[in-house]
Design a protein around this ligand. Structure first.
Ligand code: BES
Ligand code: MN
Ligand code: ZN
Length: 487
């Protein structure tokens, strides 16, 4: 998709050449300053009962009188928020789906000038989402339409803001696309080695330092917990470390850690069969930190970023980890494995210990960690945990700005009770109640040397049902977070 910006006043829309002009209108009354041809047309459409200034309303017109554009798509946003604007752009572009329009121009009316940058960013994200189709193992998937070029129209004095929004939107869109593409690939394609190759490829194209550790190197580091999960599978594990250096080496980096379980069968604590296919998405955390790395590498902020991915399969076999086994983590803490399906925390704890060597400014791990988080927050907000309020605030604001929201969850000491073991320093599961929190409490034991945040994305990383597929979340949140740390 080709994105550009163009200066155009709202009172000159009729002269705008495009296959389709998408006009997003906020508010309940027609905004001032609109093109007279557009204003007349909208008033007429409202009078005739074909259009209302109400969120979700859409009217598509072919060869509208007085317009240079071949199609006019009117979309009402309702509230003048970026969230409403993004939904409206998605609805407007939806009208062009499967149609002949290749070039769409988008204009916003009824919004404040300060919103321009965010509007541009989210228009790009809505457009990128509208044209994404998974093809890798389904080349016959129908094309979404002819749409190939988007021009964002805005007042001349908004040009800088539009550019900034476009740039950020395109980088995040590229990151989201990479994350979705990796997540959607089946487990027999998206293996730990595949993830390593993806990171290596990104390293080559964007000048990043990449290190991939194999089983032997992982063992040498003493990652007994990570390797215990990997040992049941014939697919070899990979521990992947990539570094983006945008600031002097002396500056402490932000570290992102992704859970990369490329298939979670549950191991010996085998999962039930229904929807087990969706456990190919259990590398959604890894996919999102990879996507974020791509977005950041394209935006080149003055910051140092380290991305760590622990990747392996969780499988049952004669060599697999068993309930009751006690393993020794890289931190030295012993862990009694009461349930081999609580494997995410077992691979993340060693990655969190490894992260200490970077003397980080903050570490945020991202994981499709618990079914309990899906019950708690559903698919709207990711579960967010943080060891300090300032970090929590940064993650929360980043999520809001990215329209990729999260919700802070508690870390009271009492929640650790259930993790007591008679045979090891800690057990890997507690009671079923508060399952997302106990998982976070487990990780917290390994994140004592730095400011730590944790995102449980079990409910947000993918969608089930007819629209089954990776969402690319939380690439938006993480990219905004990393950018916020550069300032
Ligand atoms: N990958 C799953 C979590 C998950 C389950 C994400 C369903 C999305 C949908 C994780 O490894 C897991 O199996 N967690 C267990 C933990 C339990 C054994 C304490 C769970 O949530 O059931
Ligand atoms: Mn599991
Ligand atoms: Zn899992």
């Amino acid at each position: 998709m080709d994105f550009r910006s163009q200066s155009a006043a709202l009172d000159g829309l009729a002269t705008q050449a495009a296959d389709a002009l998408v006009l997003v209108i906020a508010g309940q009354v027609l905004p001032q300053g609109l093109d007279s041809a557009a204003a007349a047309l909208i008033k007429d459409a409202i009078k005739l009962g074909d259009f209302e200034l109400k969120a979700g309303q859409c009217l598509s017109l072919l060869r509208p009188a007085g317009f240079k554009a071949q199609r006019l798509v009117l979309v009402a946003a309702g509230a003048a928020t970026t969230k409403a604007a993004k939904a409206a752009v998605a609805a407007g572009l939806g009208q062009l789906k499967g149609k002949g329009a290749a070039h769409a121009a988008i204009a916003f009316a009824g919004f404040a000038a300060e919103q321009t940058e965010a509007l541009a960013e989210h228009a790009v994200l809505a457009a990128a989402d509208a044209v994404y189709v998974y093809r890798h193992t389904k080349p016959s998937a129908p094309a979404p339409g002819k749409l190939a070029k988007i021009t964002l129209l805005a007042d001349k004095d908004q040009a800088k803001a539009v550019k900034a929004g476009l740039t950020r939107g395109q980088a995040i869109a590229a990151g989201i696309e990479l994350a979705r593409e990796c997540a959607n690939r089946p487990g027999n394609y998206a293996t730990p080695s595949f993830l390593a190759d993806q990171v290596r490829g990104l390293g080559r194209s964007h000048g990043l330092k990449v290190e991939v550790l194999d089983q032997k190197a992982i063992a040498k580091l003493g990652m007994g917990s990570f390797l215990a999960v990997a040992q049941g599978s014939d697919e070899p594990p990979r521990f992947i470390v990539a570094r983006y250096e945008g600031a002097p080496k002396t500056q402490a980096p932000v570290v992102l850690v992704g859970k990369g379980i490329t298939f979670d069968s549950g191991g010996i604590s085998l999962k039930p069969g229904a929807e087990m296919d969706e456990m190919k998405f259990d590398m959604g955390g890894a996919a999102s930190v990879l996507g974020t790395l791509r977005a950041v590498a394209e935006l080149k902020p003055k910051i140092n970023l380290v991305v760590i991915i622990a990747a392996c399969e969780n499988m049952p076999s004669g060599r697999a980890l068993k309930p009751g086994d006690v393993i020794t983590s890289m931190s030295g803490q012993t862990i009694e494995v009461l349930n081999t399906d609580a494997e995410g925390r077992l691979i993340l704890c060693d990655a969190l210990t490894y992260a200490e060597r970077f003397k980080p400014k903050a570490v945020v791990d991202v994981a499709t960690l618990t079914g309990a988080c899906v019950i708690a927050l559903g698919g709207v907000r990711s579960g967010m945990y943080a060891s300090d309020d300032e970090l929590a605030q940064s993650l929360s604001s980043a999520g809001d700005a990215a329209l990729d929201p999260c919700w802070r969850m508690p870390l009271d000491d009492e929640y650790e009770e259930g993790l007591k073991s008679n045979f090891a320093d800690v057990a890997n599961v507690g009671s079923r109640a508060g399952g997302s929190i106990t998982a976070a409490m487990f990780l917290k034991r390994f994140a004592t040397q730095y400011r730590w945040g944790h995102l449980d994305i079990a409910g947000t990383a993918w969608k089930g049902g007819a629209a089954k597929g990776g969402t690319g979340r939380p690439v938006g949140l993480l990219t905004h977070f990393v950018l916020s740390q550069a300032r």
